[in-house]
Design a protein around this ligand. Structure first.
Ligand SMILES: C[S@@+](CC[C@H](N)C(=O)[O-])C[C@H]1O[C@@H](n2cnc3c(N)ncnc32)[C@H](O)[C@@H]1O
Length: 311
């Protein structure tokens, strides 16, 4: 590793260590079956654009190459491979634990030999992948971790590692992104899923039944505005501490973990989340890309949006 690379990596410890922790927890990072519908719809929208670029490369006799920057547990790559099993996929991720987690996923179960997961940042991309190689670069829910300067530099790198007709697809939070509404949608999902799961159990334990009931109560308090984020986390943590080890792998317990786990995002996302307004992003993209589409209100009911871009 060059000195410059290790300096950049060590400068990223705060973000990377949060994601190191996430890689150890059972959340939507580590179990894509638990993806909340809102997040799944976001991946699907991005995949629509990705499919265009991978197909275009294939039709023109080139290798289809996807580079996913800030890949975390490589869910987007996993989903792309379901549609394009022959695509070459490279995931780039600063968190060591996420990198290891994603590598294990492809080494063990999925059986794809054409995936590489590299540890590094968007800013270091040219040191890690060949110039002119990507059919499409994706950055899904990760751009907000970069300052304006770093994101600008990273977009230049995305261009240089892309083939001439290669595209870029990224998602971004709107400046007035409403974390509370996303939280409410996600905890509603947690409660519904736990209830459906409970209904399917033949002999649910009393402990799990009372846990699901207690969670319903906490969720409805949040929804009525009677509990804030901190109170919500405290209550859930309290409920988990009362739940015995025997129930560690029960779905409601895992969903509670992932809900608690999602909460510190509010702190993580600021301040960059509020800075990248559409106009600012357009300025950053224009030297390198011809913008095809800004798709607003990508998550219905929340204010997250996807940007599809092509040369
Ligand atoms: C919210 S997660 C999204 C992960 C993944 N793209 C997905 O949608 O499932 C954001 C990821 O961005 C990564 N990240 C943070 N700073 C980064 C940087 N400078 N370059 C590349 N990735 C970064 C984090 O480590 C984390 O894994």
């Amino acid at each position: 590793m060059t000195q410059q690379r290790s300096a950049v990596l060590s400068g990223l410890t705060a973000t990377a260590s949060v994601f190191d922790e996430y890689a150890k927890l059972d959340s939507f990072y580590t179990d894509s079956d638990l993806l909340p519908p809102l997040i799944r719809s976001s991946y699907n929208a991005v995949l629509g654009y990705v499919a265009y670029f991978l197909t275009d490369a294939k039709m023109n006799g080139r290798t289809s190459v996807l580079i996913d920057v800030g890949t975390a547990s490589a869910t987007l790559i996993e989903m792309a491979l379901e549609l394009f099993p022959d695509a070459q996929c490279i995931g780039v991720e600063p968190s060591e634990q996420m990198t290891l987690f994603a590598r294990k996923k492809f080494d063990s179960g999925l059986g794809y030999g054409n995936v590489s997961i590299l540890q590094g940042t968007a800013q270091e991309l040219p040191e890690m992948v060949s110039e002119g190689s990507a059919s499409v670069v994706t950055m899904h829910n990760a751009a907000h971790y970069l300052s304006d300067e770093d994101l600008s530099r990273a977009i230049g790198h995305f261009r240089s590692v892309s083939a001439e007709s290669g595209g870029l697809v990224m998602t971004l939070f709107k400046p007035d992104y409403d974390f509370r509404s996303l939280l409410q949608a996600n905890i509603g999902y947690m409660e519904d899923t736990s209830r459906r799961w409970l209904a399917m159990q033949l002999n649910p334990s009393r402990e799990i039944i009372s846990l699901v009931n207690a969670v319903s109560d906490v969720v409805s308090r949040v929804q009525r505005g009677q509990l804030d984020f901190a109170g919500f986390t405290d209550r859930l943590n309290g409920l988990l501490s009362l739940t015995g080890k025997d129930h560690e792998s029960a779905l409601p317990v895992r969903l509670i973990r992932s809900a608690i786990n999602a909460l510190p995002l509010e702190q993580q996302l600021t301040p960059n989340i509020y800075r990248h307004a559409v106009e600012r992003l357009q300025e950053m993209l224009q030297p390198y890309y011809q913008i095809k589409e800004f798709r607003r209100n990508h998550y219905s009911g929340t204010q997250h949006f996807v940007v599809g871009v092509a040369l």
